[in-house]
Design a protein around this ligand. Sequence first.
Ligand SMILES: Nc1ncnc2c1ncn2[C@@H]1O[C@H](COP(=O)(O)OP(=O)(O)OP(=O)(O)O)[C@@H](O)[C@H]1O
Ligand SMILES: [Mg+2]
Ligand code: NA
Length: 751
Amino acid sequence: MRVSSRLGAIGFLESSGRMLRGYSQSGWGKQSEAEGVGEMHSAAATLCHHRSAFVGPGRGQSEHPEGPCGSGGAAEVHPQLQGTHRAGQRHAGSLGCQAFAASRHRLEEHLVGLGLGGLYGSGVSHGHELERSESQVPQHRKSHQPLHAGGGGCSMPHGAHQRYSLPGDEATILELVVLVPCRGGPVHLAARIYWLLADLLCALFQPDAHLFVFHHGGKEPDAQAYFIKNDLQMYDEVQDTPANARTTNLCHELGQVSYVFSDKTGTLTQNVMELKRISIGGEIYGETGEESGFQGRAAMLNARLKNPSQAAAIDAVLEVLAVSHTVVSTKDRSGRMKYEAESPDEGALVEAVGRLGWVFTGRTNEGLTVEVNIGETTGSQTYELLALNAFTSARKRQSVLVRRPSGEVVLLVKGADDVMQKLAADPQSFPEEHLRAFAKQGLRTLVMGRRWISEAELRQWHQEYTKAQTSMQDREGALAQVADQIERSLETLGITGIEDKLQVGVEDAIVKIRQAGIKLWVLTGDKLETAKNIGFSTRVLSSSMEILTLDLTDRRAFKDHLEAVKASAEQASNNGVTVALIVTGHALEEILRREKSEANGSERSMGKKSQPKGKYQDLFLEVAVRCSVVIACRVSPLQKAEVVTVVRKGVKPTPVTLAIGDGANDVPMLQEAQVGVGISGREGRQAVNCADFAISQFRYLARLMLVHGRWNYRRACKFVIYSFWKNAVLVRSLAFMVVWSCRTGCMVMCG
Ligand SMILES: Nc1ncnc2c1ncn2[C@@H]1O[C@H](COP(=O)(O)OP(=O)(O)OP(=O)(O)O)[C@@H](O)[C@H]1O
Ligand SMILES: [Mg+2]
Ligand code: NA
């Protein structure tokens, strides 16, 4: 098709209605800009030399004094014009595109006649140009179709060619040619369009990495957490508990952990307690061995018969075990006693002592009843419960004040060896040797004691006890204080050795964790020897290690002691020997003891904001960072948390810490570490409820950190990079869009 004449400009009015811009199509991005109708003509004139030409109206009516807006200019068709006509391509822009060749005044008249003059401007050429082109048009149709009204979008295809002649002036031809800007042919265009669209689609339809990784509030299901929850290799069939991720946004932290703080009892061990040995009056009954249960029954009964004083000592121990506890009993259908204990130690003891002839049968309003079938007084006995001083990890002991069936008032106590030694009436005759023997076998030890209480003391003390019980603030502290008043000068009766077997697979998990270069700290409320023994059997400690012990024997010499330990740690680590440190609760207390601030006035105002450092905190850390294993024993729940804080804040660069525990005494530690892992064990759900992850066996920790943690961390890293890329792509496609559409905002599409 030959085209006789046309205009060459693209013009539009900005929404203000004032500014007119004409854009040249000579190469995209190149533009000539003109303001005002008058200048549009010159803009159009320059455009005439180029193959594409548009006249586009702005939206709405121009307020320009010269009338309808518009632009354009008549021009000769560029020789290439015909080559660019391609059917099937559309200009889908928001501008109406018209090209006219006409003489200006006639066109204007005509457009007004068509009712379009207000909306469409016209670019016109001079008649002589038109005349010349007319001769090249062999045939023209008359057409009075209205042009696209409204300026809201022209959907005429590329190459659309319409002619108009003005009424009564057949010689003047309006010719409308819609040209889609294109350079380089259809393949080029198609490639560009494809690329642009693909780019935009990529950018717009990618899931947003930010949203995915960082912006979830904990309850939303998260893919990473899903993998953890559904990992069959972390599912405990026996207890029917899968792993659980309670805080989903910590999943990737699992892969960066460099310090693990672990509890001992119930975390490394099963928390399935069994009484194995008892020391009474210088004699040890029972043995540790493969057979389950207490094996010293026969020997004990024998000793009872032979020696009356030993018999009394044995009865006294059994009495404490059967009466001083918080166990609740129920009878099952077959009439057998079943015990529910908050403390697994107590459960095991009550169970074992029942087999030795002191069966705890239950609690009533009056007190607790015991079925005795050993010794002189047999049958059901009721002990009136006068007071209960509950066990706490800080007190490390528990006692009951009871009135025996025979009428005497007695305080029955059991607790950790070190506190019981302090409370003993005669600390010198404390059976330390047996204690050490039990602990070396990895047994948990408890010491039994008692004191006869006079009626007068009972009356006076009980008043204080009732007051403390009803105190409105810090009741626990008040109760502990009154308990301290009565728990003193105890007669030491005996020691129990309770076995708590290691969990399956703990050794392997610990070896893996240590091979990964992760430092392992075991923090336990249990005593040093027991902890050390468990340390060896879990392979936390090994005989090739240099094991250093930090205890508080003399407060004044403590600094020198610490310096000496530091020197040996340095020497050993320089020689390539792995160093392990065992630190006691007393030593930790001294290390973390805060020095009184010099300016005592400002002490309060400084308050919690800047907690002063512990006295020997830095020195201790210098030792601790050289050790790949640290065992802290006889630590209180608060100290467990403080140790985590010291490492978190003191070690540089700041490490990611993970704490794992099962009991209520681990809760502060779990909350202090960045990642808290609870073991859903036998000590209630407190630890699990405040943990970020819950597993049912220690051995799953290795998989949680080394497999899931690593994967999660890698995924998170990829998402971050992906997110950067996505945004780069988005901006890039917009940038190309701007250039290619000549800043018109018009999208060129295949149609
Ligand atoms: N019910 C109890 N009655 C009396 N003393 C107890 C009782 N339970 C524990 N003890 C003593 O108190 C100590 C501290 O107990 P705590 O619960 O803080 O730690 P743990 O259970 O020994 O160890 P871990 O911190 O590893 O769980 C125990 O080692 C034990 O000697
Ligand atoms: Mg405990
Ligand atoms: Na525990």
